[in-house]
Design a protein around this ligand. Structure first.
Ligand code: GLA
Length: 389
């Protein structure tokens, strides 16, 4: 929705007056999947698909929430922020307000209208965009009320904490960090152990990055997600017996892993092998991109998908079909699932002039195989959290 239309909708809902706009981005992850919570380096970028919040302080002890795309309206009582965990919609915002209040921010009553263009459940982090946009709004209002302020990395940490502790998803830091700290035209090489982040100009030469949504919704995803994270922790504890210097799975080199992995059960071996090999692929991918070796980068995308399919087991038939049809297309040099998996989106590198033919061919093959269509997005890489002035 255009910003003027959003402001108009806000005025219809909450009345005329000053209206501020805050935004945070959805993200796509190029490579480095399911390793952020193992201390690995990931390679995401912030998208123009984003969550925009129209906002105004209301001088009450309440935060009112509404959205442009759903009917639900929610009022959060600032004295009872702990009690909204089970809301069908609004729990992400409540969680952020709750965590920020706990961390000593001055939570100011306000009216908020959310407009989120990141497709829900697509693996492009609509939840992080909502959390970070909420955190940005509340942090600016806190500072204006004489309370604490927060820079963008802090917004990411607060938002992740809300998701971990309030909505009980044991997610890593990647999504919230990309949503908060992304930069236009740049991907981010983020070390999830130290939170050091370097920005890399994204240039795929004669290829274009195409995002496709399998439109398979991720039911049960959260349960499986937490299960994978627990399996990684179990594997680490066993590996540390012979590799005591490793503080996380990402510390373990492929060579050391080969020796130490004999102690793991078949399932834990596969999970940990994905993490160790994916960390190595990120390193290679960043080097390949730096040297302009786009085909090598594409090959790593394929290998990442195979590892997520065979070792980490988070793909599913829809994502496997979509990436396979993509790979079979002659102008495509690499394709993989992106995000948590089980459904959601893929990324593919496609010869730029062949993108329309790619969308047509892959779209038709996918639809006839699974019975419903995929969506293809033309996106750009934009800034993370900001007040829209
Ligand atoms: C979800 C989580 C992230 C990350 C990815 C998988 O998007 O929120 O922290 O673990 O899955 O890479």
């Amino acid at each position: 929705m255009e910003n003027t239309e959003l402001k108009q909708k806000f005025a219809e809902l909450y009345g005329e007056g000053e209206i501020r706009l805050f935004a945070a981005a959805g993200r796509v992850n190029l490579i480095g999947e399911h390793i952020d919570y193992c201390g690995g380096k990931v390679f995401p970028a912030a998208l123009n698909l984003c969550c925009t919040v129209a906002a105004r302080k209301n001088n009450e002890k309440k935060i009112r929430l509404a959205a442009t795309t759903i009917e639900d309206k929610v009022t959060l009582d600032l004295g009872k922020l702990d009690s909204y965990r089970d809301l069908p919609w609004g729990a992400y915002q409540a969680g952020v307000a709750y965590i920020m209040a706990q961390e000593g921010y001055e939570i100011v009553g306000c009216d908020l209208l959310f407009d989120c263009t990141v497709p829900f459940g697509s693996g492009l982090s609509s939840s992080a965009a909502i959390e970070v946009a909420t955190a940005k709004t509340l942090a600016v209002f806190s500072e204006e009320a004489g309370g604490k302020s927060a820079d963008n990395p802090t917004l990411a940490i607060l938002s992740q904490k809300a998701e971990n502790e309030y909505t009980n998803v044991a997610c890593g830091i990647m999504d919230q960090y990309a949503s908060a700290c992304g930069k236009q035209h740049r991907a981010m090489l983020l070390d999830c152990k130290t939170l050091e982040c370097s920005y890399v100009p994204l240039d795929f030469g004669e290829y274009t990055l195409v995002i496709a949504n399998s439109n398979k919704r991720r039911s049960l995803q959260e349960g499986k997600y937490n299960e994978r994270r627990a399996e990684c922790e179990e594997a680490l504890a066993i590996l540390q017996k012979s590799l005591p210097e490793a503080t996380c799975l990402a510390d373990i080199t492929p060579k050391d892993f080969k020796k130490a992995s004999k102690a793991l059960s078949p399932v834990l071996l596969k999970r940990a092998r994905h993490v160790v090999t994916e960390c190595a692929r990120v390193k290679e991918a960043a080097e390949a991109l730096e040297k302009g070796k786009v085909k090598a980068f594409g090959k790593l995308l394929n290998e990442s998908h195979f590892s997520l399919r065979d070792d980490y087991e988070v793909t599913g038939k829809e994502l496997d079909a979509l990436t396979e049809y993509s790979r079979n297309f002659k102008g495509c040099i690499g394709s993989r699932m992106t995000g948590a998996g089980f459904g959601g989106c893929t990324v593919s590198l496609v010869k730029t002039e062949l993108v329309p033919a790619f969308i047509d061919t892959v779209g038709k093959a996918y639809e006839s195989a699974v019975g419903y269509a995929a969506d293809f997005y033309t996106t750009t890489i934009e800034d993370g959290a900001r007040e829209v002035l």
